[in-house]
Design a protein around this ligand. Structure first.
Ligand SMILES: C[S@@+](CC[C@H](N)C(=O)[O-])C[C@H]1O[C@@H](n2cnc3c(N)ncnc32)[C@H](O)[C@@H]1O
Length: 270
C-alpha cells in the first residue's frame, strides 16, 4: 500500500468533484421512488438475501447520494467511502433530508487504513476499480475489513470495453489499447457512456479482476454481465456498442476464513 497517494488520486479526486458539481448522471441523488422498496432497487438480483437490516454495510467508492441513503433506508448501518468530497457531500445532504444515519469517509479504495479489521458484513462496490492502477491492494483492503462469511458485491468495466474504440468504424469497434497497458488511457474527444470525462482510467485484465479477488481470500459465488445490448439500435449508440462488447461485469463474492467478529456469528446473507 502506498504511503503517499499517487498522482492519479488527486487527478481523479478533482475530476469527480467536478462531475458532482455538474450533476453528472453518476452524481444523481436518490429520488423519492427509490425509497419505496429500497433494497429491491439496489439489489435486483437478490444477492443480499432480501434483508440487510442491522448489517454493517460499506458502500465503497459509491458517493453521489444514491447507494448509501438507499441501503440506510433498507435498515443497514451504512458507511460510504469515496475519494471525492463533493460526492460525499451529496450523501450527507440526502441523509439529512431523509433523516438517515450515514457515516462518510474520504479515502481511496486502495488504502482503507482508517477502517477496522473484520468489521463489515457487506461491501457494495460500484464501477470504480478503473480509477486505480492496481486492483490488488483494493481487494486486500476489502478482505481485511470484512468479516468471514461476508458478501462482497462489485461491478467493473470489462477490459475489452476499455480497450476498444468508443466510436464505430465501418460498423464495428476496433481494439485500440493493449490488454497489458499499464498507463492510464488517453482522454476521449467526446463525452460518452463508456468513459467518465476528465478522469484517468486503467484497463484491468481478467486475471486481475477475478484472479486477484480469489487470491485475496474471496470465493466468487455468482457473476453476471449486466445487459445493455439493444438489438437493432443505431450504430454508434451505447446500446449498439453493447451488442458487440459487454460493458460491465458484476460479481458476488464471499469472504473466506475463520469467524473473527462476534457480531457477525452465524451470518447468512444471500
Ligand atoms: C461510477 S461512480 C459510483 C457512484 C455512483 N453514484 C453510483 O450510484 O453508482 C464512481 C465513484 O468512485 C469514486 N472514486 C474514484 N476513484 C476512487 C478511489 N480511488 N477511491 C475511492 N473512490 C473513488 C468517484 O468519486 C465516484 O463517486
Amino acid at each position: 500500500m502506498n504511503e503517499k497517494p499517487p498522482e492519479n488520486h488527486w487527478h481523479n479526486r478533482a475530476a469527480w468533484d467536478r462531475l458532482a458539481r455538474m450533476q453528472d448522471r453518476l452524481a444523481k441523488p436518490a429520488r423519492d421512488e427509490d425509497f419505496n422498496n429500497p433494497l429491491a432497487n439496489v439489489d435486483a438480483m437478490g444477492w443480499l438475501g432480501g434483508n440487510v437490516r442491522g448489517k454493517r454495510l460499506l458502500c465503497l467508492a459509491a458517493g453521489g447520494g444514491r447507494q448509501g441513503p438507499i441501503y440506510a433506508a433498507a435498515g443497514a448501518e451504512v458507511t460510504v467511502v469515496d475519494l471525492s468530497p463533493a460526492m460525499l457531500e451529496l450523501d450527507r445532504e440526502v441523509a439529512q433530508e431523509r433523516q438517515l444515519k450515514i457515516r462518510t469517509v474520504e479515502a481511496s479504495m486502495d488504502n482503507l487504513s482508517m477502517l477496522d479489521n473484520a468489521y463489515f458484513d457487506v461491501v457494495i462496490h460500484p464501477v470504480s476499480t478503473c480509477y486505480v492502477s492496481d486492483v490488488r491492494p483494493v481487494y486486500q483492503e476489502v478482505a481485511r475489513i470484512m468479516v468471514a462469511g461476508g458478501v462482497y458485491v462489485s461491478q467493473h468495466k470489462q477490459p475489452a470495453s476499455l480497450q476498444s474504440d468508443i466510436e464505430p468504424h465501418q460498423g464495428s469497434y476496433r481494439i485500440k489499447h493493449g490488454y497489458y497497458k499499464k498507463d492510464p488511457l488517453p482522454a476521449e474527444s467526446r463525452p460518452n457512456l463508456i468513459r467518465e470525462d476528465g478522469t484517468l482510467e486503467y484497463v484491468h485484465r481478467w486475471e486481475e479482476l477475478i484472479g486477484a479477488m480469489c487470491a485475496s481470500g474471496f470465493v466468487i459465488e455468482a457473476l453476471t454481465e449486466p445487459m445493455h445490448a439493444k438489438q437493432n439500435s443505431q450504430t454508434g449508440t451505447f446500446g449498439h456498442r453493447s451488442t458487440m462488447i459487454a460493458p460491465y461485469v458484476r460479481m458476488k463474492a464471499r469472504k473466506m476464513g475463520a469467524e473473527t467478529s462476534g457480531k457477525s456469528k452465524g451470518l447468512i446473507l444471500g
